[in-house]
Design a protein around this ligand. Sequence first.
Ligand code: ZN
Length: 134
Amino acid sequence: MQKIEHIGIAVKDIEESNKLFAKLLNTKHYKMEEVESEGVITSFFQIGDVKIELLQATKDSSSIHKFIEKKGEGVHHIAFAVDDVNTELERLKSEGFEAIHQEAKDGADGKVIAFLHPKSTNRVLTEICSDKNA
Ligand code: ZN
C-alpha cells in the first residue's frame, strides 16, 4: 500500500453535500462522475494529496442506498493506492482477507478498484485502487 488515496463518504443528496463540503474544506469539488455499475454518482474534492469522494445512490439496489438505510450518512470506506490492484488483491486474499471483487474493476476518477469485505477488516470497508493506465 502506498498511501490513503481517498476517503469515501455516503450522502443522501450530493448537490447539498457538495455545498456543505465546499464550505467545510474551503474548496470546490473538481469533478462529478456516475459509476453506473455501482449505482452511484460521485464527486471529488482534493485536499493536499488525499481526496474526499462523496457518494450518492442512484438506485435502491446500490450498496450506498443500503448503507444509508442501515447506518445513515457518514464515512463509508477508506481507499489505499497500490501499484497493481490484482497483485495486491492476491496478496490480501493469501493473508486471509475476504475480497468483494475477485479482480480489478473500473471505478470513478480514472481508477481501477477492488473492495475487501468489512467483516475481514475490523468493519472498515477497504478499497484498493490504482490508475487505470498505470
Ligand atoms: Zn472509493
